[in-house]
Design a protein around this ligand. Structure first.
Ligand code: C5P
Length: 287
């Protein structure tokens, strides 16, 4: 199967409102055609900060591994024709989980593909991009660690792409005041380890979540550009939108959701468990 990242031309006409509702979920409210969307689910992280001694995707949350929550959320949103999961290389248990989930997918559900992730998140994304089906027009890159992202966030991102965005990210207002700091020099180190060098205006700051949505060609170009970066520059790239910003292409922002938290530390896991035990379940509480 030729991959979308193989440089081959893609020539699929966007789905009409009627076609897309035949198994890919509701279309944009005003019947703009939705692009053919693949979701790249990056789940190849080690999860060391969670301290479970196993890849984060396997850590149980409300009785099911984190990966399964993330997969079910994507499928429930109905936006994807393909879901490509990047797993820790050689993790047979997670592969088996994906194989079993394929059997649960009804006709008209997305194609589920699995690839080995890489040593960094960006490498895992590139690995998955190289396995997308021909005809894919837009891609949503989503962290498996954001296992409770509500369907509404997927829909807002895809609707923005359908309206013409080449790149779109879900964001949340920042509640803390955020400052930039530098390490104190030798003379002041006994006073405090860091000193403030600036305060960003809070009303303009946003905390960025996933899924981040892109026109596929735009994201492929952005990732190709990374090849020219040195190690420090590459390490400073913490999300896909940053790569697109470097190209000078506008990155649009839509509302995220508080329950879309990235499960990183044991405290995050406690919060996620609490959300699942809430009276309506995590996905139904807009934050
Ligand atoms: O480590 P971090 O919190 O930035 O990870 C964000 C997401 O990227 C997680 O879902 C994780 O599984 C994924 N990841 C990956 N491959 C890596 C590192 C992280 O797929 N090498």
């Amino acid at each position: 199967m030729p991959g979308a990242g193989s440089g081959q031309p893609r020539s699929v006409v966007p789905m009409s409102a009627t076609e897309s509702s035949a198994g890919s979920g509701p279309d944009a409210g005003d019947h703009r055609p939705r692009p053919v969307v693949a979701v790249v689910l990056v789940a190849a992280g080690s999860g060391q900060r969670l301290g479970y001694g196993m890849p984060k995707a396997r850590v149980p949350l409300g009785g099911e591994p984190i990966l399964m929550h993330a997969l079910r959320g994507i499928v429930a949103s109905g936006v994807a024709q393909q879901v490509c999961v990047a797993l820790p290389a050689g993790d047979g248990a997670l592969r088996q989980m994906c194989d079993d989930f394929k059997d649960e997918l009804v006709d008209g559900g997305p194609l589920l593909t699995v690839v080995d992730g890489g040593g960094t998140r960006a490498e895992s994304v590139r690995s998955a991009l190289s396995a997308l089906e021909e005809g894919t027009q837009a891609v949503l890159v989503h962290d498996a660690a954001r296992a409770l992202t509500p369907e509404s966030v997927f829909l807002r991102v895809v609707d923005s792409l359908a309206a013409g965005a080449l790149a779109v990210i879900p964001v949340m207002p920042v509640v803390d005041t955020v400052k930039t700091v530098e390490a104190t020099g030798d003379d002041d180190a006994r006073i405090a380890p860091e000193v403030v060098v600036g305060t960003a205006p809070r009303e303009k700051l946003r905390a960025v979540q996933t899924p981040q949505g892109f026109d596929l060609d735009t994201l492929l170009t952005a990732h190709r550009e990374v090849a020219g970066l040195d190690e420090d520059q590459a390490a400073a790239i913490t999300d896909d939108a940053m790569l697109v910003e470097r190209l000078g292409i506008p990155v649009h922002a839509v509302r995220g959701a508080s329950q879309s938290l990235k499960i990183t530390t044991p405290l995050d896991l406690i919060i996620a468990e609490g959300l699942l035990e809430g009276p309506l379940g995590a996905r139904w509480v807009e934050g």
